[in-house]
Design a protein around this ligand. Structure first.
Ligand SMILES: [Zn+2]
Length: 61
């Protein structure tokens, strides 16, 4: 039994693997299994789409 780091919901996994991504049933956050004994989660990094368009604008004046 493990707890979601975000909402402290109890998450039960049968046989988690390191690096496995699971979704919290409570808050829906994606969690990465970082430890198996005991099972611990870390918040999985959000996948940014490769559609980032950042325009550099400088407001001078
Ligand atoms: Zn949660």
């Amino acid at each position: 039994m493990s707890l979601c780091p975000e909402c402290d919901a109890e998450i039960e996994l049968v046989s988690p693997d390191i690096g496995e991504i699971v979704s919290c049933p409570e808050c829906g956050l994606e969690l990465e299994v970082i430890s198996r004994d005991p099972v611990e989660f870390d918040i999985a990094p959000e996948r940014d789409e490769e559609d980032e368009e950042e325009k550099e604008e400088e407001d001078l004046g």
